[in-house]
Design a protein around this ligand. Sequence first.
Ligand code: AMP
Ligand code: ZN
Length: 467
Amino acid sequence: MFRLYNTASRKKDEFVAQDPARVTMYCCGPTVYNFAHIGNLRTYIFEDLLARTLRKRYNLVHVMNVTDVGHLVSDADDGEDKMELGAAREGKSAWDIAKFYEQKFWQDYDALHCSRPTIVSRATEHIEPMIALVKTLEEKGYTYRTSDGIYYDTSKFPRYGALVGSAHLAGLQEGARVEMSGEKRNPTDFALWKFSPRDKKRQMEWDSPWGVGFPGWHIECSAMAMKYLGNTLDIHCGGIDHVMIHHTNEIAQSEAATGQKYVNYWVHGEFLILRSGKMSKSGGTFVTLDVLREKGYEPLAYRYLCLGAHYRTQLEFSYESMDSASKSLKNLRTLVRQIAEACARTPQNTSRVQEWQAQFTAAMEDDLNAPKALALTWEAVRSTQLSAAEKWAFLQTAEDILSLDLLQVVSQPEQPELPAEVQDLLAQRAAARQAKDWKKSDELRDAIARAGYLVKDTPHGQETEKK
Ligand code: AMP
Ligand code: ZN
């Protein structure tokens, strides 16, 4: 039985697909105005675990959007558009900012072995279906006009806020009331279409039946999710911060427009936090994957760290925990290498192995219990009951989900330990190459040569040779 914790029902529910031949999942993607931080990336790792686990049983259609317009500084329609802010900050166009940070995002996403979605949808390429959805809501009487846009009247949708529950909703209304702008009818009302300001030319704007402007962030996800996946999705994911406003508003828009249930299973990942509190871009507590690389950690060590905590628990980030994740991953790979050598990489699929594999799958299908699946993997590789060939068979199943380069590293010859200084230079060079800073990359190559090593760039990354 596949069970998932459903934010809507507040319990673990058995997952029943509408059509097992086409399970539909929508994940809120990045807002591409800055680098993704490792908190954001934790959410994509959890969604990847879900996608990989679902794909074992079903044919999955996984859609992820890229928010390249319309996400305002406050989730509740106030402040500037994050894209235009990014453009002002860097002196580039909003379009260039979007392109640059989206590309950077996919590099991090791939480096963490998150499997690519079936469909990636950029907001700026879907303005038409967004306008069409707002029109439907207008025709059905859910909208009103203010001086700065077309708004959704939440008082017209009786189930508004059901996802968060009534106690939380009261808090949300109170918070919104404090910030409520003069023309809103209800504190929780939100913008569907915003007009371009009269005194300032926006870089990203479109014509619409209501005037030149841009879509609200919430309508983007509703329109793109339903365009690709139909009116009712099996699963919708995101970080826990989206429950209160973004997903609550998506439900209100979509269900008012279609008269059908929007999502059967709402699945939310908890936050990565710092000891000092929230990971924030403004507070200078903004850790990216490149920062981890510069400090000498491989991206998969971060994946390992995330796998060790259940997606519904907060994970406190520290460099001590990164060190220990890094060490554990290396130790696990060493054991796997010994197993590979002992059985000449020939798996033996016995009933005993199948039992272990079934336990592994059962852990993942019990609301994605990755810590248990990882613990089982350690138990299997250390087991005195299983033969090397049986362990090798088990590892094929485990690696399909864990994706920690457990099997690939085996084919590479064991490298003698490099001096710490060289390791550090190599990590810096990898980061420079990621950032396409070829000048810095060449300087670092020379520094590595001065330390006595030649570095070669191969499809698997940098390889070194003693001079
Ligand atoms: P954004 O790019 O800000 O739209 O966020 C992308 C994803 O990261 C969303 O699903 C957010 O809910 C999620 N997210 C934001 N901050 C964190 C955090 N500290 N830990 C985990 N997920 C986060
Ligand atoms: Zn979204």
